[in-house]
Design a binder for this molecule. Sequence first.
Ligand code: ZN
Length: 154
Amino acid sequence: MRTSKLLTILALAGALSAFSSFAAAKTCSVEIAGNDQMQFDKTSIAIAADCTEVELTLKHTGKLPVTAMGHNWVLTKTADFQSVATAGASAGPANNYVPKDDARVIAFTKLVGGGESTSIKFSTSKLEKGGDYTFFCSFPGHWSLMKGKLTFGG
Ligand code: ZN
């Protein structure tokens, strides 16, 4: 009798801890827009420490086609950003101007043209709290203007 009660309590505690680890998953939404003036509407993005996943939506609020004024959103460590931007230009539009299978790329969206939008999800397990990250558009010539800082936690 006493043993079965203990087992019930243990089973309940197990279920509760399984539930709480599930409840700790948190998707945080971020929106950013690019325009025909080669600008993002944000120069910084702060991801709260308790976000386990980021859902990022990129909107192109302009009218120009993707071939003339395409925008994407690429995230790297700040130390990697210029070399990835250069490699992205070589990768070409078929690869969204993002180097293929490159471990320096933490997350990226496809290219969008005027009036289009796209969304991606990525895990914050790839980010270090307090790390130094830069987001940018890797369309050739855009990254000098279209860039900003991303922070996680702290
Ligand atoms: Zn762009």
